[in-house]
Design a protein around this ligand. Structure first.
Ligand SMILES: [Zn+2]
Ligand SMILES: [Zn+2]
Ligand SMILES: [Zn+2]
Ligand SMILES: [Zn+2]
Length: 152
C-alpha cells in the first residue's frame, strides 16, 4: 500500500509528537539547538524527527531512496533499527511467521508467499483447518490467536 509519501498536510497529533517543530522547539528552550544529523539543517528552519535527528527534507529523500539503511527496501519507511534487525526491511515488510522479507505479500496477507503456501488452510499452532481465520490471523486460528495475544 502506498501511503502517499510524507504526511505533511494531514499530520495527526501522534505524528506531530514525533517531530521537533520550528514553531515550538525552534523558538527556544533546551531542544532549540537540535539539528539534522545528516545535512545539518537546524530545528529553526525545518522539522526534525525526534528519535533519529533527521530533518523533514532528509526524511522525504530517504523514503524515496529505500536504501535499506535508513528506509525500508520494501516500503520506504524510516526505521533504521528495524532495518538492521530484519536485513533492510521494516517489520511491516517481513513475514511475522518466518522473518523472510516479502513486502507485497506481507502487506496484503500478513505473511510471506512461502508461508501462505505452507500454511494454506491450517492453523500453524494447533493444526485446525480454518482457512478464513488462518488468513486473518497470520497463520493462526481464532482460538490460538487469542491465546498468543494474551501471552498464553
Ligand atoms: Zn537533513
Ligand atoms: Zn517496509
Ligand atoms: Zn513467512
Ligand atoms: Zn489454532
Amino acid at each position: 500500500m502506498d501511503t502517499g509519501g510524507f504526511p505533511l498536510s494531514r499530520s495527526t497529533q501522534k505524528e506531530n509528537r514525533r517531530w521537533l517543530d520550528p514553531n515550538r522547539e525552534g523558538r527556544g528552550g533546551r531542544r532549540s539547538g537540535r539539528y539534522c544529523a545528516r545535512c545539518g539543517t537546524t530545528v529553526q528552519s525545518a522539522r526534525i524527527l525526534k528519535g533519529l535527528n533527521l530533518c523533514e527534507f532528509c526524511v522525504r529523500e530517504l523514503e524515496k531512496a529505500r536504501d535499506g539503511r535508513w528506509s525500508c527496501l520494501g516500503c520506504g519507511k524510516i526505521a533504521p533499527d528495524q532495518l538492521r534487525k530484519y536485513g533492510g526491511y521494516c517489520k511491516d515488510c517481513v513475514c511475522p511467521a518466518c522473518g523472510r522479507p516479502d513486502p507485497e505479500a506481507v502487506h496484503k496477507y500478513g505473511m510471506c508467499r512461502q508461508c501462505m503456501t505452507q500454511v494454506g488452510e491450517f492453523c500453524r499452532r494447533c493444526g485446525k483447518e480454518a482457512a478464513a481465520q488462518v488468513r486473518k490471523n497470520r497463520g493462526l486460528c481464532d482460538a490460538c490467536a487469542k491465546e498468543v495475544q494474551s501471552g498464553r
